[in-house]
Structures are given as structure tokens and as C-alpha cells.
Design a protein around this ligand. Structure first.
Ligand SMILES: Cc1ncc(COP(=O)(O)O)c(C=O)c1O
Length: 362
């Protein structure tokens, strides 16, 4: 029996050729491929400006700096997300205010409203697992309290919220191109998006040693640039993204149907068109179920086993951390099943059959 991986990177001859052309072009950093990739990404999402950087984490660190995030600021963020969501704001001296999630596993707007203080400057919703957070309610809270909203779209390339692509709704947004993501560049990579030309310009300067022209450095920046080979790959990937996402949705629909009654399946909310970066089920015996699936040659994952407000890097730094009952319960029960843009439906069938077999045997 073949093994079923959790995810697999899309690769075809078009991608190999694009990479080779970039290798042969003689231009390697922030050249025409990077500029075209930025334009195409911005157009795809529906934001005016896109700035590439070496990862989501790097891009957001630059963005937070460009937006003026600084010592004493508070930013409201879900605890249930990848740890990197939290890092850039801390590097800028701000404090993460962790709140709970709703049943979509994204920021609970009621919890956000309750967490606003005079020091709050922004809200950082995460479209976790490819499912959009409830943006209308979050934007209304932000407007009431004069806060910015930065959408973490690392897992949600192409997802839609009430028909609009995520990443185009907040004040700014950021995407990751890490290899497991719905859109990858076969290595690390990321970008930010904004409609604010000044912020975009500042991020561009910060990523390239603080300069606008070759030998004039107007601010102190970094080298967090992007490269031509990965941009060329990303441009091809972007052309295939909708097809790959549509397949992920087909996989999810089949899981929904076959797993009903066996485990708790994810609930797509009325406002959402998820791109199922991950298909996450819940089960009280998830460790035993995951171990059993592993014996059957089926990979699973836990995203994420430790809530961020319980991570040593956080508990060692802050003393006033909240209790977040939903997050603390779900991290004990969640299990990610195999899903990717080309996962054969026969493999989905096998995973479901094995879960049914496991349930029948207990
Ligand atoms: C939700 C989320 N935010 C941020 C990141 C960080 O992305 P990167 O690895 O490109 O820095 C990731 C990926 O690990 C993620 O899944």
C-alpha cells in the first residue's frame, strides 16, 4: 500500500522551466520576475500594493515597523495559530493580547471587543486552516475603536469572505509561501499587501537596507529581499492556485460526507469559502486515532498541539495571561488529515475507510 502524506508540493515541467529560465537570466534579486509576481499577487487578491520578502515573518516584521508598531502597543491576536503569527509584533516591542476562537477556529469577535484597551492599536485575525475569520464584525470593531486590522493569510491564499478574497479586506495583510502552503515558491517566502502607498514604500526600503536608490540609505533597514528563481516559480504556481484550491474543496466535501458521525468535521461558516489549507477533525481519542492511522501508512498532524499563550517563550515573558477555554480544549482534540491540491480521491476514500474501521473496532 502506498503511503499517504499530509501534503505534497505541486510540481510540473512548467515550474522546472520557469526556474531554469530565471537561472539563465543573469538577474537574481528583486528583478523583473519579482516585480511581475508582486503585481500579479496584488491583482489576484485585490490590493494595490504587494511587497515580497524572505518569509511571512520577515514581511510582517517590516510591515509592523512601517505601520509604527512600538513599545507599549497592544495587538489582539488569537492564541490558536502558528507561533510565527505572534513573533513580529513582539520584535517591535508590542504586546500580544491573546483571545479565544469561535467555532470556525478563527478570532471570536465578541472576545476581541472585550479585549480592547486604550493601548490597543490593532487586530490580527488569522484565516486559520484556509477558513476566513468573520471580517465584517472584526472591521466594525476596528472602526469603532480606530484600530488597524492585519489579516494573516499565510494559510488562506484564494479563500473568500462573502465573495471577497481574504487579504483585501483589512488595513493590510500578509501571505506565506512556505512549501506546505496552498501557494508556494519551493522554499521560504512571503509578502505583505496594503492600499497605503507610503506603508508599502517604507516596507520596500526596510527590506533593502533602507534605500530608495543604490547608494543613498534614508533609514536603517535589513536585507530581507526576495529572489528571481522563487518569484518565477511562484508566478506559475499562482496560475494553478484556483484549480488546486478547487480540488482541495472537493477533497473536503468528500471527507465531510464520509466522516459524518465518525468524528467532528470542520464547519464552513455561511460567510466563508475556505481553501482547506488543512482539513482538521476533532476527536477525544485523537492521539490513539493518529497513531493507528500512522500504522496504516496515513500521515496526520496536529496544528497546533500547544496554544501560544502556553508556549514557554510567552509564559516566560508575560504574567497576565488569560484562560482561553475553547482554545485549551481544542488543542487536545484536533487532528489534521491529508489534504493537498492533487490528493487522489481514492486516497481520501482510504483514509475515511480506515477511520470507520478504527471506530468499528472500539
Ligand atoms: C498562520 C501562519 N502565520 C504565519 C506563518 C509564518 O510564515 P513563514 O514561515 O513564511 O514565516 C505561518 C507558517 O508557518 C502560518 O501558518
Amino acid at each position: 500500500m502506498n503511503k499517504i502524506p499530509l501534503s505534497r508540493v505541486f510540481l510540473n515541467d512548467e515550474i522546472r522551466e520557469a526556474a531554469m529560465q530565471a537561472v539563465n537570466s543573469g538577474s537574481y534579486i528583486l528583478g523583473p520576475e519579482c516585480r511581475a509576481f508582486e503585481e500579479e499577487l496584488a491583482r489576484y487578491v485585490g490590493m494595490e500594493h504587494c511587497v515580497l520578502s524572505s518569509s511571512w515573518t520577515a514581511a510582517v516584521m517590516l510591515l509592523h515597523q512601517a505601520m509604527g508598531v512600538s513599545e507599549g502597543d497592544e495587538i489582539i491576536i488569537p492564541s490558536h495559530t502558528a507561533f510565527p503569527s505572534v513573533e513580529p509584533l513582539i520584535h517591535c516591542g508590542a504586546k500580544p493580547v491573546f483571545v479565544d476562537v469561535d467555532e470556525s477556529y478563527c478570532l471570536d469577535p465578541d472576545a476581541v471587543e472585550a479585549a480592547v484597551t486604550p493601548r490597543t492599536v490593532g487586530i490580527l485575525p488569522v484565516h486559520l486552516y484556509g477558513h476566513p475569520a468573520d471580517m465584517d464584525r472584526l472591521m466594525a470593531i476596528a472602526e469603532r475603536h480606530k484600530l488597524w486590522v492585519m489579516e494573516d493569510c499565510a494559510q488562506a491564499h484564494g479563500a473568500r469572505y462573502r465573495g471577497r478574497r481574504v487579504g483585501s479586506i483589512g488595513t493590510a495583510s500578509a501571505f506565506s509561501f512556505y512549501p506546505s502552503k496552498n501557494l508556494t515558491v519551493m522554499g521560504d517566502g512571503g509578502c505583505i499587501m496594503t492600499n497605503d502607498a507610503q506603508v508599502a514604500e517604507k516596507v520596500r526600503m526596510l527590506r533593502n537596507h533602507g534605500r530608495k536608490s543604490k547608494f543613498t540609505h534614508e533609514i536603517v533597514g535589513y536585507n530581507l529581499r526576495f529572489n528571481e528563481i522563487q518569484a518565477a516559480i511562484g508566478r506559475v504556481m499562482l496560475r494553478h492556485l484556483d484549480t488546486l484550491n478547487a480540488h482541495r474543496r472537493e477533497v473536503a466535501a468528500l471527507y465531510d460526507e464520509r466522516l459524518a458521525g465518525l468524528v467532528e468535521t470542520p464547519r464552513e461558516q455561511p460567510w466563508a469559502e475556505s481553501v482547506y489549507h488543512m482539513y482538521v477533525i476533532r476527536s477525544r481519542d485523537r492521539d490513539a486515532l493518529g497513531a493507528w492511522l500512522k500504522e496504516q501508512g496515513i500521515a496526520t498532524g496536529i496544528h497546533y498541539p500547544v496554544a501560544n499563550h502556553r508556549q514557554p517563550a510567552i509564559t516566560g515573558r508575560y504574567t497576565d495571561l488569560p484562560r482561553l477555554p475553547r482554545t485549551e480544549a481544542l488543542v487536545e482534540e484536533i487532528l489534521s488529515l491529508p489534504i493537498y491540491g492533487e490528493l487522489p480521491l481514492t486516497d481520501v476514500d482510504r483514509v475515511c475507510g480506515k477511520i470507520a474501521e478504527y471506530r468499528g473496532s472500539r
